[in-house]
Design a binder for this molecule. Structure first.
Ligand SMILES: Nc1ncnc2c1ncn2[C@@H]1O[C@H](COP(=O)(O)OP(=O)(O)OP(=O)(O)O)[C@@H](O)[C@H]1O
Length: 262
């Protein structure tokens, strides 16, 4: 098992944020996590990355149990892409340096960079189609390009697991499709992807499984075709919806209009 979450409970003050989460992610699977705002998706990712600890329950990642191992060592095998990550990067740093820092666990360099690390950063930039931006300050790149830089950065340490929290948020259709294409190519690598989104159409064919979080518990989890049904999704979103599959991707349609009167 790559990741095993058992009976995770997280209590803050009087609130139960996670109410007993169980989830197993095996080798060769790529998961999407769906759920309404505030259902607990980001909290789950923060637990998997060891940035938050549960009130009770266990988290095993690549055979390491959090609380009984050096979390920093485990984290080296995880690439994590989130909005808070973007905000921590320095916009005036050259793009290749931003990518290269992914080799280490820190955000900026204060010493000479190993030429081999630079070469690797440039190769990864090339893979995401951004080789030409290597010397530009990060701040001169579009939002979509910045997300690709983050993807390249996350791959620097050759992680076994890549965790992404809404990487396509704020991207236009073109930028989104380009990022998803880069992501799709990851299935050639030995890397498991865990991906949080609000947008069903981002569930590209590489994804094998879906988990739905609802009010701090897993409402449904399994192979994507079993989970992405009209019934399960209508319950998950508290709204009548219908799913259609096109080019191997699910598309969701609200079957009652929020704009209709009375
Ligand atoms: N440190 C905290 N203290 C108290 N409540 C918290 C804390 N962290 C998260 N929460 C609450 O836990 C719930 C789950 O938050 P989380 O960010 O995991 O949701 P989410 O599913 O990622 O939401 P979104 O889709 O809006 O990003 C929210 O109601 C949030 O307000």
């Amino acid at each position: 098992m790559l990741i095993q979450l058992k009976d995770l409970i997280l209590q803050r003050e009087a609130r139960t944020i996670l109410g007993g989460v169980n989830l197993s992610i095996a080798e060769g699977e790529h998961w999407v996590i769906l759920g309404r705002n505030g259902s607990g998706k980001t909290t789950l990712l923060e637990m998997m990355t060891g940035y938050m600890f549960p009130t009770s329950g266990t988290i095993d990642l690549l055979g390491n149990r959090y609380g009984e191992c050096d979390v920093r060592e485990v984290r080296k095998q995880i690439g994590y892409i989130s909005q808070s990550m973007v905000e921590k990067l320095t916009l005036r740093d050259p793009v290749w340096e931003v990518v290269a820092t992914g080799e280490y666990a820190f955000l900026r360099f204060y010493q000479e960079i190993d030429p081999a690390v630079r070469e690797k950063a440039l190769a990864l930039l090339n893979e995401v189609g951004l080789a030409h931006t290597a010397e530009q300050p990060l701040g001169t790149l579009s939002q979509g390009e910045r997300k690709k830089v983050l993807l390249a950065r996350a791959l620097m340490s050759d992680p076994r697991i890549l965790i992404m929290d809404e990487p396509c948020a704020g991207l236009d259709l073109y930028e989104r499709e380009k990022l998803l294409a880069d992501l799709g190519r990851l299935s050639e690598r030995d890397i498991a992807v865990i991906y949080v989104t609000h947008h069903m159409e981002e569930i590209i064919s590489m994804f094998t499984h879906v988990a739905i979080v609802r009010e701090g518990v897993i409402a449904s989890a399994g192979p994507k075709r079993d989970v992405l049904t009209d019934e399960i999704l209508s319950r998950a979103y508290d709204w009548p919806v219908a799913v259609e599959w096109s080019h191997g991707r699910p598309w969701i349609r609200a079957t009652a209009s929020g704009g209709e009167q009375g």
